[in-house]
Design a protein around this ligand. Sequence first.
Ligand SMILES: [Zn+2]
Length: 140
Amino acid sequence: MPDAVSRHPHAPGDVVTPERDITHQHFRPGDQVVILKGVASSELWGDSYKVVTPSWHTPTDEDGWRLYDPLGGERTYLTAHPRYLVHLSSRCPDCLIYQQALRTYLVPRLAGAEQDVDCGWYSVNHLNQVVHVADARGGR
Ligand SMILES: [Zn+2]
């Protein structure tokens, strides 16, 4: 994963993640997951975390998961909605389907980018909750 990633001025919107149908129970404490945020070297990239414990996700008013990022500094713990998360294990068919859909959508659209691209789909609110742009409402 690259250290420095530039935000792409014409990064496409995410039409895949908001439509994703995944249950909260799909994930369990201890799972290694990634939140996919953009493209690097013609492949999807994102930030990886360990699932810790169930946690309410206020922006969606739904059950989310608390995530642990050992390199997160002040944001060592974040809360995210299940549909943002992808199992790193290649043996998870549900997550693979989502990952492939996102790759098929995104990678060709950024084929001309000279740098690695953060699409800017996610932000972190004052409660250290990860919020997808499609779930953000009433200002950040
Ligand atoms: Zn999975």
